[in-house]
Design a protein around this ligand. Structure first.
Ligand SMILES: Nc1nc2c(ncn2[C@@H]2O[C@H](COP(=O)(O)OP(=O)(O)O)[C@@H](O)[C@H]2O)c(=O)[nH]1
Ligand SMILES: [Mg+2]
Length: 461
């Protein structure tokens, strides 16, 4: 590549054996879960497909997917027999002769497509399934690819697998004169994986250094923007839930219904946050829906109000019935994640909602009356915060080639489990108009915006 080419995008061909993860690598680098077709069946990519990465409207990098090389052993034999008597062609000259000949349209049609793409590119990314032994077919494949005379950067895929053979591959590549390589698992890419890949390329392609550095800087900036937006989405969820309340007449049989409605509203609100985070990180709704984000042994959606979940997570659950109701009026009652103002106990008992409260009911019944409000417990707010933070960590570490649904590990996170809840949430409790889940909400109030801002800053630390 010459200096005058520095204004056009850098072209890379992604090459390698069938089924090593070429299309997957493209998905992860383009952050596009829909790119091409990924399959465990061999040869899904039959034609060449490309993607362009731009910064500020300027195209910097073009990546081309290619079909897998299937019969490199036969092709290498064929290439070696192309020299006429007395001739000794070099790699690119042999390839040129091969591409002009009829076999390039017949027996080696697929291989010819790959070679043409590589010849039309500035460099190749050679993708390797690092779990595979270095078989003769891979050596021949590399010999054919190297004969293009283009810079090659080997990419070790599947390196997060326990059985990978990185040392063997390093040695085999070194024997071919390929000493630079990157490890990049497209399903679970390392945090700085893209940066390393582009930096390694910049070493091979000195004239593209500036473009690659711009790409790296832009990707870092985008990562930061995504994090800030994610923090804001989580803060919105927490404010919405903290400020949410439902009024109910304590002496009516509506209490149970109101509790159910409030729970439903909060679950749906959480699901909305999950979906917004998925979209923000370029994943699809199916990648993690409320119902298949497994959490501990239970399910995302159903778990939220399950006291068992709160216990498992080690979230401190407040006094509850034993500590509270026995002490009489003035103590809030926890009903699996919903707090009722003390007087609501009466309604709840009347509605048959609280089996466990029955024994205390008689004593309180006479004392309590009127309209009470249902709110969401601190414990539920803690759980919401913990889960969204964890989802976010999972999204940040997930490659866009991942096919399985998102699994969350057991929570290690201490920050939200105990200690005081942020001041913003206490304030929100006193401002029902701050919740989009309440009627007559006023979401643009300056004080709400300020609290949201403060909470966003702390939500991820
Ligand atoms: N676990 C894991 N699976 C991968 C990785 N890269 C690709 N795969 C899977 O390997 C299979 C082949 O991937 P694909 O991208 O279609 O390979 P291609 O034929 O080289 O384009 C698919 O089932 C992918 O989901 C990886 O880094 N880790
Ligand atoms: Mg493919």
């Amino acid at each position: 590549m010459t200096e005058k080419d520095a204004n056009r995008p850098l072209k890379l061909a992604v090459v390698g054996h069938t089924n090593v993860g070429k299309t997957s690598l493209l998905r992860t680098l383009t952050r596009d879960v829909g790119f091409g077709e990924v399959s465990h069946r061999p040869s899904t990519t039959r034609h060449v497909e490309g993607a362009r990465l731009s910064v500020d409207g300027e195209a910097l990098l073009e990546l081309y997917d290619t079909p897998g090389l299937e019969d490199a052993i036969a092709l290498l034999d064929y290439l070696e027999r192309l020299d006429r008597p007395g001739e000794r062609l070099d790699g690119p000259a042999r390839l040129a002769r091969f591409l002009e000949g009829s076999e390039a349209r017949q027996r080696f049609e697929q291989e010819a497509k790959v070679m043409r793409q590589l010849l039309a590119s500035d460099a190749g990314l050679y993708v390797i399934d690092a779990r595979e032994p270095v078989l003769a077919k891979y050596r021949d494949e590399l010999a054919v690819i190297a004969s293009c005379g283009k810079p090659l950067l080997p990419v070790l895929n599947f390196v997060s697998s326990a059985q990978h053979r990185e040392p063997d591959w390093r040695e085999a590549l070194a024997r071919l004169g390929l000493h630079a390589l990157v490890r990049f698992d497209s399903v679970a890419p390392p945090e700085d994986g893209e940066r390393r890949l582009y930096e390694s390329l910049a070493l091979l392609l000195e004239t593209s250094r500036e473009r690659l550095e711009r790409l790296i800087a832009d990707q870092q900036a985008q990562r930061q923007v995504r994090r800030t937006s994610a923090a804001r989405l989580i803060a919105e969820l927490l404010i919405d839930c903290a400020a949410c309340r439902r009024s109910v007449a304590t002496e009516s049989d509506q209490v149970q219904k109101a509790i159910e409605e409030l729970r439903k509203a909060v679950r749906q609100r959480e699901q909305r946050c999950v979906e917004a985070l998925l979209t923000l990180y370029g994943f699809r709704r199916e990648d993690a829906s409320a119902n298949d984000l497994p959490l501990m042994d239970g399910r995302w959606g159903d778990d939220l109000f399950n006291p068992e979940t709160l216990k498992l997570l080690g979230v401190r659950v407040g006094g509850g019935i034993a500590a509270g109701a026995a002490a009489g009026a003035g103590v809030d009652l926890l009903v699996g994640g919903i707090t009722m103002g003390a007087a609501a106990l009466v309604g709840a008992i009347a509605g048959g909602a609280l089996q466990t409260a029955r024994s205390y009911g008689g004593r309180l019944l006479g004392k309590l009356k009127g309209q009470r409000e249902l709110t969401v417990d601190d414990a539920v707010l803690r759980l919401l915060a913990l889960r969204q933070r964890q989802l976010l960590l999972a999204l940040e570490a997930r490659g866009h080639a991942a096919m399985d649904s998102i699994k969350l590990d057991a929570l290690q996170d201490k920050t939200w489990r105990e200690g005081k809840l942020p001041e913003a949430l206490k304030k929100a409790r006193a401002h029902p108009q701050w919740s989009s889940l309440n009627p007559h909400s006023k979401l643009n109030q300056t004080e709400r915006q300020e609290q949201l801002e403060t909470l966003s800053e702390t939500v991820l630390v």
